[in-house]
Ligand binder design. Sequence first.
Ligand code: SAM
Ligand code: SF4
Length: 339
Amino acid sequence: MFLKIDDMLQDQFNRTVKYLRVSVTDRCDFRCVYCMAEEMEFVPREQLLTLEELNEITRAFVELGVNKVRITGGEPLVRRDIDQLFENLGQLKGLDELTLTTNGSQLPKYAGKLVKSGVKRINISLDSLNKDLFKELTRTGNLDHVLAGIDSAINAGLKVKLNSVVLKNRNVDEVINLVDYAVTKGIDISFIEEMPLGVIAEHARDEEFISSDKLRKIIEAKYQLTKLETDNSNAGPSKYWAVSQNNTATSSRVGFISPHSDNFCSTCNRVRLTATGQLLLCLGNEHSVDLKAVVRNYPKDTDRLKQTIIAAMGIKPERHYFELSDEPEILRFMNTTGG
Ligand code: SAM
Ligand code: SF4
């Protein structure tokens, strides 16, 4: 089948794909308990897309109408020479937003370079402000390094949003501290319900589940939250509340990403590229297309690459169904998926 390459990326449920998340590595300097097993086998380096291939595929998406790209992983900032990719992507015409999700540990080194490449806002993951608990949750992370990373991002002029995964029996007591911290820094924070991606031994996913509604009630013991209208043009999964304290508005918002309790698939505008070049059409399903095979077997054949991408939209599933069982249907870990 020949598909016109000026077609927009439209799926069979009338959703237009405008947002690509690109995992540049499955490796990471942390081993967060909800994301990875303690002992992980990482993909051999030769199976990863090269920086040139990552650039080529991302450029094809942008030429097909994608206007937002998020670089993620694994930890994107542990990939060697990653600043070159940012520099190249920052020059793509038609790309309105280039951003990243990071654990923050490498930001003192990279924040300035990111700004120079045109990055304006970033997400930084932070699940606890207690050093010991932070260490327990990340296994290898150092809280001081991450806090220094957050400061260097803010000082470099980046707009920062924090992301926290909350586990019922581990870091619920940190929720208010995290909101306090966000308010003090004048930044936003989103709380994420844990998703059952990959088999982990550390905890049973269902025992750690706490819904966004419960978290909101916890926060409302100290802050007044006012629901904000969703901006449908951006169709993100986060629903936001304005934060006031003692009836005085703060400049922070609290968001909730609720893959279990508030399904957001009907407005999904995104697809994911794994570090090995698999195009994943949905976070919670295995439907995928091998783009690495296309760029390796047909180098520089941009039309073929674009037609493969357009055709892939036909298998984007309608929605995900997450079950909180010990045997998840999705065996890939979040670091492989590109969270
Ligand atoms: N290493 C970077 C970081 O941690 O920000 C980027 C990759 S990480 C996979 C992206 C996001 O996915 C992080 O905010 C992390 O907390 C979240 N995440 C990882 N595993 C998850 C899971 N099982 N359920 C929900 N969120 C998860
Ligand atoms: Fe690494 Fe991010 Fe996964 Fe934590 S959530 S292990 S920082 S990839």
